[in-house]
Design a protein around this ligand. Structure first.
Ligand SMILES: [Zn+2]
Length: 311
């Protein structure tokens, strides 16, 4: 976990930000100017050209652009993509990083994981150097989040909590965090209490961040590679994975996805090609509670694209 966690109402406005920070965000000025005002941050630089599912090239561009400038810290402000860019940059330069999620789903502010695209393929990386020096979780950023982004983020947090619970790397402490996260997130969605999402997502990050996600996430990347948002693709992928794993979360996860009205996924490439992309993803598959063969993957993909697992 990050050494410093500031959580709760006003956490982001009361935080003392170092001068000469570089803020990295995926959002546009009309939105982030309001945020920066609230945070009360002064003397900073900003890079706002990060796009979702960042590529290594974007990270190299930022590194080059600010080379020679005195940057005291990186501040990742936004969804998972802003934070992943900060994590990778921090590893390259050794500059400390402060992560501030605004969409509450990835839990990236808590973990040693980063997802970066190489050659148009998303890759899950893990490194202790990716860990934030400080994480700020403030529900201030929640209102105004478009429904689509909210539901994709919530689905990601739920998938991470339940896959993390089932992970082979899990232990009683990670299961405690994952279980609590799932209960809170489920309550937030089923009973329409969005205020609970930031806390649930944070706990999910601590839980799966110290175990791992598994088959559901492994299946999802072939859909993300074709442009489906991460959380959206997990609605079907994690449902099918939970069924395969006989997870205690299968029914509950599916019910939440139904409530969020996710629809069926499609895939342009053949199931066989997709399975060949998924099989080398040992980081996810080796931690799956049950061994997965290529035929199992093809069967799972068949259920996702040719049937509707959420029906
Ligand atoms: Zn995820």
């Amino acid at each position: 976990m990050p050494r410093k966690i500031a959580y709760g109402a006003n956490a982001a406005s009361e935080f003392q930000y170092p001068e000469n920070s570089l803020i990295i965000t995926t959002t546009t000025p009309d939105i982030y100017e309001k945020w920066l005002n609230y945070m009360g941050i002064k003397k900073y630089d900003i890079y706002d050209k990060v796009t979702p599912d960042p590529a290594i090239e974007t990270i190299e561009v930022i590194k080059k652009k600010f080379e020679g400038k005195e940057i005291s810290s990186y501040i990742g402000l936004g969804g998972g993509s802003s934070m992943d860019v900060c994590k990778y940059l921090g590893k390259l330069t050794g500059i400390p990083k402060i992560l501030i999620p605004t969409t509450f789903g990835t839990g990236a502010e808590m973990t040693t994981y980063a997802v970066v695209s190489f050659d148009h393929k998303k890759k899950l990386l893990q490194d202790e150097a990716f860990l934030a020096d400080a994480a700020i979780v403030d529900p201030y950023f929640l209102p105004g989040t478009p429904f689509n982004i909210m539901r994709n983020s919530a689905c990601d947090a739920l998938a991470q909590a339940s896959e993390g619970y089932d992970s082979k790397l899990g232990n009683p402490l990670t299961k405690l965090f994952c279980k609590e996260a799932f209960d809170i997130l489920e309550d937030a969605i089923m009973n329409e209490k969005p205020d609970l999402l930031p806390y649930g997502a944070m706990l999910s990050g601590i839980g799966f961040g110290n175990s791992s996600t598994t088959l559901g996430h492994a299946l999802s990347y072939v859909f993300s590679n074709e442009g489906v948002p991460h959380g959206y693709s997990l609605s079907s992928c994690t449902t099918v994975a939970h069924k395969f794993n006989k997870s205690i979360y299968y029914e509950r996860f599916k019910q939440v996805c139904q409530k969020l009205k996710f629809e069926k996924l499609t895939l342009k490439q053949s199931l066989d090609e997709a399975a060949d992309v998924i099989m080398p993803d040992r980081g996810h598959l080796d931690n799956n509670p049950i061994e997965v063969t290529k035929q199992d993957i093809i069967n799972c993909l068949d259920q996702i694209v040719n049937k509707n697992p959420l029906e």
